[in-house]
Write a protein that binds this ligand. Structure first.
Ligand SMILES: [Zn+2]
Length: 123
């Protein structure tokens, strides 16, 4: 067989280490020259229950106050959940503000239209 690291021919019975480069021959490593493997994903520091779940965003959207409280409570224990809740709460608050603004605009338009028609309706 040939060493997959240095390419030298080695006796199959020579052992599990290459006598030329000293690499372990049975190790399942990428061949030499291939790009270095990305560093392993950092070990999870948080709870395994802290998995991404769109439900938390939906909860935060419909109950922004609950989402915001959960965001603060879970910030350290469940960072992923906390972020999803916070995102949902933020979207929910923005959506509600937009709805309120639209509602006010609609009321103003109705009042303006009503007063205009009242004025023009006068003889
Ligand atoms: Zn070798």
């Amino acid at each position: 067989m040939f060493c997959k690291y240095c390419g030298k021919q080695i006796d199959d019975e020579g052992g599990s280490f290459c006598p030329y480069c000293g690499k372990h021959l049975l190790e399942n490593c990428p061949p030499a020259g291939s790009p270095a493997q990305p560093p392993p994903y950092p070990a999870p520091r948080y709870n395994l229950q802290d998995l991404p779940n769109g439900g938390w965003t939906v909860l935060g959207f419909f109950f922004p106050l609950v989402g915001f409280i959960l965001y603060l409570v879970w910030q350290t224990t469940f960072p992923i959940r906390s972020k999803l809740c916070g995102k949902g709460a933020l979207i929910g608050v923005i959506a509600e503000v937009v709805l309120v603004v639209l509602y006010i605009i609609v009321i103003f338009v109705i009042i303006a239209a009503a007063s205009a028609s009242y004025r023009y309706g006068q003889p």
